[in-house]
Design a protein around this ligand. Sequence first.
Ligand SMILES: [Zn+2]
Length: 80
Amino acid sequence: MKYLLVLIVIAIAIGVWRSQRRDEKGQRQQAAPRRGPAVAAPQDMVECAHCGLHLPRSEAIEAGGRSYCSAEHRALAQRR
Ligand SMILES: [Zn+2]
């Protein structure tokens, strides 16, 4: 009989936990509707001509048709 009571308590706890999770999920979806990109749109990746690091084109420094990860690497590459 004791075990039955424990089982019932566990079942109720799981039920409460699951319903709370469902509520959180619903609230999150309401707060952030699925319209519009949830993640940033994919960007072109470019390779630093000096060290080979891949980075988004928006963060790269373009010089002479080549891309660099930083102004320092642009300067180093141009010095050669
Ligand atoms: Zn670099």
